[in-house]
Write a protein that binds this ligand. Sequence first.
Ligand code: FAD
Length: 454
Amino acid sequence: MSGPRHLRVAVVGSGPAGFYTADALLKSEDPPVAVDVLDRLPTPWGLVRLGVAPDHENIKAVSRAFERTAARPGFRFFGNVDVGSAVTPAELLERYDAVVYTIGAQTDRRLGVPGEDLPGSWPATAFVAWYNGHPDYQELPFDLSHGRAVVVGNGNVAIDCARMLALTAEELAPTDTVDAAERAIVGSGIREIVMLGRRGPVQAAFTPPELQELGELAGADVHVDPHDLELDAASAEALEHDRERARRNVDLLREFAARPAKGLPRRIVLRFLVSPVAILGEERVEAIEVVHNELVEQDGRLVARPTDRRETLPCGIVLRSVGYQGVELPGLPFDAGESIVPNDGGRVRGVERTYAAGWIKRGPSGVIGTNKKDAVETVDALLADARAGLLKAPDDGDLEALLRDRDVPFVEYAGWQAIDAAERAGGEPLGRPRVKLTAWSDLLDTGRGVQSRS
Ligand SMILES: Cc1cc2nc3c(=O)[nH]c(=O)nc-3n(C[C@H](O)[C@H](O)[C@H](O)COP(=O)(O)OP(=O)(O)OC[C@H]3O[C@@H](n4cnc5c(N)ncnc54)[C@H](O)[C@@H]3O)c2cc1C
């Protein structure tokens, strides 16, 4: 690029945090910044493409804002570049004035109960990645032939999993759910989907719009036992002073509890104050054993304490949705307790010119928009360091030359646009937003060698 020397920044990860970071950097005039965004996948957008539920197309539309960022001068994309194996953090620091890690939370949190690894017990991360077309998860043998599925967890991802299992052929048809998942869901033998919440309805993590949607499904009744909505004194008190969310959730749950069943083919049962203690089965999942909890106050918050009441619920599949978790990237510090890269307002502790944003900075919480504020905080810190003269790469080498030397088959932004166009063209005659390419070979064959104009 011509004009004053640009600060050269690599952003590792192309999810919302990566794109909000790139956007804030590319808007800087003092200093002007050139940004390379790297991702281990050939496709950008992170969980917007591979996490957000396929029937939430309006939410996926945030990628249009990311496309505008990618169109800014100074932006480059390097897909199919796994930082840690294709190139190391140290090699990036040699070539960039600063590096921002926005690698999200790549794995699931464990329940820590016996039987967790029995066939038929799956982390929600895998189920979500499967129905969304993540190329690493397409061979997984999800068996939906059993009558009951259990979803452990009471957040929006748990609701996504329960809802996806309950969608009808007509509801799935206009989405970009991958074919194998769509066929399995439509042909599934699942008649009941039970969601298990550790604490009570007032403490549930899901949000009212997602809860409301469960009550609007074409093929599933929603069932709540009115006894589960009899609040203990502390929860009732918490509700009095609530936050909008719990109050609206409880109103919706009361409405569900009062509703007569319509006799739809499937039903979703919302249970509260129960935790799994074991997943049972000889060769595969046959049941889940739960303990009934009571709420007690601990350090100013209401926590679940197990009672001696237990119950066994026969089921054929368990989806564990108790949170995502960051993964250590070799060459970067890692706080194993919090599963984040330790940082102060985005400055990674103990490593020069290195920053973090998004889920790997603060943990897996918040909506897509939360990552914008978070990214801006990190970029403010980075630009302040640049103005203070603290950022300067030792070397002016270019990443592209290194990747070519190593025969890393990277995908440029134009390559992603070719993938995008092929997917949209595949979806058009079917009235779907896209038919995703889900095999590494198809993604790379379509995206490789298509060069972006700089
Ligand atoms: C199932 C699910 C559904 C959700 N639905 C909604 C919703 O409906 N609405 C909403 O507002 N929010 C939703 N969210 C939350 C939202 O997706 C997150 O807030 C957001 O994606 C986090 O952004 P991020 O950039 O930190 O991480 P991510 O989106 O996970 O992006 C991280 C990126 O880093 C890349 N990466 C990882 N490791 C490496 C490496 N070593 N080298 C190179 N690249 C790497 C990954 O491939 C990925 O592209 C949902 C989350 C989940 C899990």
